[in-house]
Write a protein that binds this ligand. Structure first.
Ligand SMILES: CC(C)(COP(=O)(O)OP(=O)(O)OC[C@H]1O[C@@H](n2cnc3c(N)ncnc32)[C@H](O)[C@@H]1OP(=O)(O)O)[C@@H](O)C(=O)NCCC(=O)NCCS
Length: 191
């Protein structure tokens, strides 16, 4: 749940005003992580444009936040104007925070968010050499389908239920309170 503090940070949905923090996180990905995340090498300006569309793409972005900075993110994107049966997911964890279980934790949030929106099929596009992402997908019993050198991981979330909807709503409320407390603490520390 987002009220848990993971490895010194908090996981919660990012607000529309946090688009620049999301961009800065993506910019901190090293060359190899950028390639794995976007399936090809991307420039800073590409990332800047991509991140600034965070609010336009009509999705959800979870962030892992430490001292006010986004250090990992999980995106759930609509494929079209409204939530349908298919959606796309992507995860990014900054190199110094990798291999601590964050990617798996974020994947669980994304699957639950998809499930709560009636998505039956989550498409995770990752390069065939991305063995870490495949290890995470396997945790969630993903079926991996190989297409032209890329791996498309399709995860079929279960139907939403009262608990999954309640858990997401509770997390959002707690995430809001934690964000306010965090901001207050950092403002006081800076004063
Ligand atoms: C892929 C990524 C999200 C994983 O995040 P993470 O926080 O490091 O992931 P976790 O710690 O939860 O799990 C990593 C898994 O990979 C395994 N792993 C680590 N190094 C590995 C390697 N070299 N080969 C195979 N598996 C490896 C770990 O053992 C773990 O599996 P386990 O839980 O079964 O032991 C992160 O590395 C990342 O952001 N990479 C760049 C962007 C990217 O590839 N995004 C995915 C495409 S959408």
């Amino acid at each position: 749940m987002s009220d848990d503090r993971f490895w010194g940070g908090t996981i919660r949905k990012l607000w529309p005003t946090e688009v620049e923090k999301f961009r800065d996180h993506l910019l901190r990905l090293d060359k190899s992580s950028r390639r794995m995340r976007f399936a090809h090498g991307v420039s800073d300006s590409f990332i800047g444009d991509y991140a600034l569309r965070m609010n336009d793409m009509g999705g959800i972005v979870y962030g892992y936040i430490v001292d006010g900075e986004v250090r990992a993110a999980a995106e759930l994107r609509k494929l079209g104007d409204a939530w349908g049966t298919q959606a796309e997911a992507a995860i990014s964890v900054e190199p110094t925070f990798q291999n601590k279980g964050l990617g798996s934790e974020l994947m669980g949030r994304v699957i639950r968010a998809a499930r709560n929106r009636g998505v039956h099929q989550l498409v995770l596009s990752c390069l065939s050499e991305n063995s870490k992402m495949q290890a995470i997908a396997r945790h969630f019993e993903a079926d991996l389908r190989f297409e032209y050198g890329e791996v498309i991981g399709e995860i079929i979330p279960e139907q939403p239920n009262y608990f999954s909807i309640w858990a997401e709503a509770m997390e959002d409320r707690v995430g809001y309170v934690l964000a306010v407390l965090d901001l207050q603490a950092r403002t006081l520390a800076a004063a």
